[in-house]
Design a binder for this molecule. Sequence first.
Ligand SMILES: C[S@@+](CC[C@H](N)C(=O)[O-])C[C@H]1O[C@@H](n2cnc3c(N)ncnc32)[C@H](O)[C@@H]1O
Length: 344
Amino acid sequence: MSNFSQTVNQDLSLSEESLQIDYLSGSNLLSNSLDGQDVILGLTQTPKTLPARYFYNQRGSELFEQICELPEYYPTRTEAQILQQYAQEIAQMTGACELVELGSGSSTKTRLLLDAYQALGSKFRYVPIDVSGEILVESARQLRQDYPKLDIQGLVGTYTQAMEKLTPSSFPSRLIFFLGSSLGNFSSQDCDRFFSQIKAALDAGEYFLLGVDLQKPKHLLEAAYNDSQGVTAQFNLNMLEHLNQRFAGNFDPKLFEHWAFYNEEFNQIEMHLRSLQSQTVCLEALNLKIKFEAGETIRTEISRKFDKDEMKQQLQAQGLKPLTVWTDPKQWFGLFLAQKSEVN
Ligand SMILES: C[S@@+](CC[C@H](N)C(=O)[O-])C[C@H]1O[C@@H](n2cnc3c(N)ncnc32)[C@H](O)[C@@H]1O
């Protein structure tokens, strides 16, 4: 598949050729030394922000799995229903493939696709990509048990790092897929940048499968991000623990509270952490002191909610021609299959 000139294999008993996990060098994920420039930038601007990827240490990944099971959190089960219904059609449309998944997490929904490709009978490969090495390794182990013949070539790193490393596939085609509405975490500008990275990682005629959350009434959205068991609040606050671990910090999560609301002007859920008092926090490894006023917030996530037709237009404008959009009966979630155009 790809030629990773600077990769490191972890202790995973990865002697078999068909299971390999590479840690992309430069991601600095082998130690606690993520370089943190994005943290410095986010916490020194007004209003303060942090990149959503810092949700995902091991605890964060576990909490996200719990969120997926919550009664209020409809996206995971709705997208899974759509995949359940249409995975076979997707496999038939794309044919034998290298399946590259961005932000693979537990790879749970992915199994619906793997089953469909397996049923086609032709050879295929699975390339999970995730910034959280812990969850990627754990899910690769589980997939290995359940699909003993599956060729898995995982990459630990960011979307950008991983896509830059992909070289043309040796398979008849490549399908890059991005589920769970993680696209919603990007601003519109970052979305365009991301689509051009996708396009660069595909040859003409290859495929992109995208799952996104669609616009719906505010009360349904706000309930999904303010669950009654408080798991989303724990997930949000865990970002502070993650920063403490990574950057020798002294955030006290008890001095912050979870706050999530739907911003109708921008069609986005915003998750914030609100400081309960005026305080100064230090991230020693970054040589950074951050002052908070009482009530001041850090925005930890945007989760944009999309319009089906606008998304089709945006994909088309980026040279990713939409072939089909599948939705659920309530039209809450959309799964878009696009193909890289021959001429750009
Ligand atoms: C919301 S979860 C979605 C997991 C799974 N795809 C799903 O649909 O349930 C996002 C996943 O993407 C990973 N992730 C977040 N930001 C990332 C980034 N910039 N690069 C690579 N992976 C990232 C996280 O570690 C997490 O496993």
